[in-house]
Design a protein around this ligand. Structure first.
Ligand SMILES: Cc1ncc(COP(=O)(O)O)c(C=O)c1O
Length: 409
């Protein structure tokens, strides 16, 4: 029987009955697992049985979190990492090789841009920046060494939304996987697989952690790409078929990089999943309502919200995400100085980074997330120093509006 989102999450069973009939998955906060015989130990280490061996590789509490996400997204496999950045790094290292290129946009979260440009470039990975809202331009950038087309489904903080079906058509025609960072819109009404995404990456720090309790990341493999077309995974494809990406991730990449999710985090995020639908819907509604009301304030030059009709990506956002377009939006003031003055006058809204806390958080991206980049790099990424990013929490819209109004005076 197909269940609705929250029912499906809450009713995901344990893979083994708990010894004490615990209703919540306990935290298995241990490093290693013991075996009765050397043969059983060898079977587990060589993948002939599914027993846990060591918590850098698998752990029952993390496994339960992964199974919940797998069931609700229809993913073929899910791997939980200890941050969104770890999830992105694992995926790119799995697909890339010296001489490969990755086709993406310069509109990326700052650390992702830096991962590609400064961390991985010296290993021989070329990053090709293009306009992902222009499928012809994307197609023209793909060649026989392209290991992936990578995008953020809503770019942070530019709020650019590419047409996933159009990108997927390009990716399919060129035999490259489409990899999407879907952090900004959780997998509730939005179904990455149906829109042609092969590998989905999520910073579960954001909506899923349940009010900013912990840092985490997810890699969801939909089993849709034929890995015989990947130069890096062609051999694995011969052995594992559609499981090639997952097999290499689980048997090599994630255990070698050593960034598996901790059981403590998995327990917090398992709990966060139980309320994510409620929190997401409320925060999305509040963000839209507040953005609408902020348009009437004369001190604000421009309000950008993908769920409002005047936004250039309104139509595609509605098509891909539905009515609920998330809790993040941006607005522009006169200057950086005006942004700082405004931020300093806020009494209720918190000056802090992060997204989708239960509290409303506000930040000036150019001087913080992008503050250590050079002006040239900021220009290349189109980071505007008059822009403020806000992430709406669960407070009342009236209280948030009153705080913004008083801080503009
Ligand atoms: C779109 C996007 N992707 C990835 C990340 C990185 O996630 P984490 O902080 O969990 O490493 C962030 C963080 O803000 C983000 O906004």
């Amino acid at each position: 029987m197909k269940k609705d989102f929250t029912t499906g999450i809450i009713q995901t069973g344990f893979s083994k009955k708990d010894a004490y009939n615990a209703l919540q998955m306990p935290v298995y906060a241990n490093a290693a697992f013991e075996f009765e015989t050397a043969e059983q130990m060898a079977d587990a280490f060589q993948g002939r049985s599914a027993e846990h061996t060591y918590s850098r590789i698998t752990n029952p509490t993390v496994d339960y979190f992964e199974q919940r996400v797998r069931q609700i997204t229809g993913g073929m496999s899910v791997t939980a990492l200890n941050s969104g950045m770890a999830a992105i790094t694992n995926v790119i290292i799995e697909l890339a090789y010296a001489g490969a290129n990755i086709v993406t946009s310069s509109h990326l979260f700052g650390n992702t841009w830096s991962l590609l440009n400064t961390t991985l470039a010296p290993f021989g990975l070329e990053t090709r920046f293009c306009d992902l809202t222009n499928p012809e331009e994307v197609a023209a950038n793909v060649d026989e060494n392209t290991c992936a087309i990578f995008l953020e489904i809503v770019t942070n903080p530019h709020l650019e939304v590419a047409d996933l079906k159009a990108l997927s058509a390009v990716a399919k025609s060129k035999n490259v996987p489409l990899v999407a960072d879907t952090t900004i819109i959780p997998f509730i009404d939005f179904h990455a697989k149906e829109l042609g995404v092969d590998i989905e990456i999520v910073s579960s720090t954001k909506y899923i952690s349940g009010g900013a309790t912990s840092i985490g990341g997810l890699v969801i493999d939909y089993g849709t790409f034929n890995w015989k077309h990947s130069k890096k995974l062609a051999d694995a494809a011969k052995q594992f078929g559609p499981m090639a990406f997952t097999a290499k991730m689980r048997k090599e990449i994630h255990r070698n990089l050593g960034a598996y999710m901790s059981p403590q985090t998995a327990q917090l995020q398992t709990l966060g999943l139980e309320t994510v639908e409620l929190r997401f819907r409320q925060a999305s509604n509040s963000a839209k309502e507040l953005a609408k009301r902020m348009k009437s304030l004369s001190g604000i030059k421009q309000v950008y919200h993908i769920g409002l009709e005047d936004h250039p990506f309104y139509a595609i956002s509605k098509e891909q995400f539905g009515e609920y377009t998330g809790a993040m939006f941006t607005f522009a003031l006169e200057s950086q100085a005006a942004c700082f003055e405004f931020l300093n006058k806020l009494k209720l809204i918190r000056r802090a980074t992060n997204l989708f806390d239960n509290r409303t958080l506000i930040i000036h991206p150019a001087s913080t997330i992008y503050g250590t980049f050079t002006q040239d790099q900021r220009d290349a990424m189109d980071i505007d120093d008059r822009l403020i990013r806000i992430s709406i929490g669960l407070e009342s819209v009236n209280d948030l509006f009153a705080d913004i109004e008083q801080a503009l005076v």
